[in-house]
Design a protein around this ligand. Structure first.
Ligand SMILES: [Zn+2]
Length: 137
């Protein structure tokens, strides 16, 4: 049996709390969110593309389909909320994704301090810590 080498990542980046795993998770979360918003945006804009393949793939992607139903309910709920914010959030998501690539994700643009992980979990696209958010909000 091979002993697993534990790689200790000495973070030279300012963000000390977030591991690469965290970043990957946030990235996945952001991409998913982006997809959802784009989908909703199309919905809202009335340019909903015919969900091609959905009917045909129904059998093969049964599980996915079931998951989508739950998602759809959720999406419907947020449509009204996102319509006026979607552009802003999409921009924030893109910026957050860029920050992940540039390894400075999770740093508050207001005070340059790390944003609490719990806050990032709730709002993965935020670029402000709770304090700055309060100040500016
Ligand atoms: Zn701040």
């Amino acid at each position: 049996m091979k002993a697993k080498k534990k790689t200790t990542i000495k973070s030279q980046r300012a963000q000390k709390e977030l591991t690469d795993k965290d970043l990957m998770r946030f990235e996945a979360q952001l991409l998913k969110l982006k997809q959802q918003i784009l989908k909703q945006k199309q919905y809202v804009d009335g340019i909903v593309l015919t969900p091609q393949g959905e009917a045909g793939a129904e059998v093969s992607s049964y599980r996915t389909h079931v998951a989508d139903v739950g998602n759809e309910v959720y999406q419907r709920e947020v449509i009204s909320q996102i319509s006026s914010y979607d552009a802003k959030i999409l921009r924030q998501i893109d910026e957050a994704l860029k920050r992940i690539r540039e390894k400075n994700y999770g740093i508050c643009v207001g005070c340059q301090k790390p944003i609490a992980k719990a806050r990032l979990k709730a709002l993965p696209y935020t670029d402000l810590c709770i304090e700055c958010s309060k100040k500016l909000g």
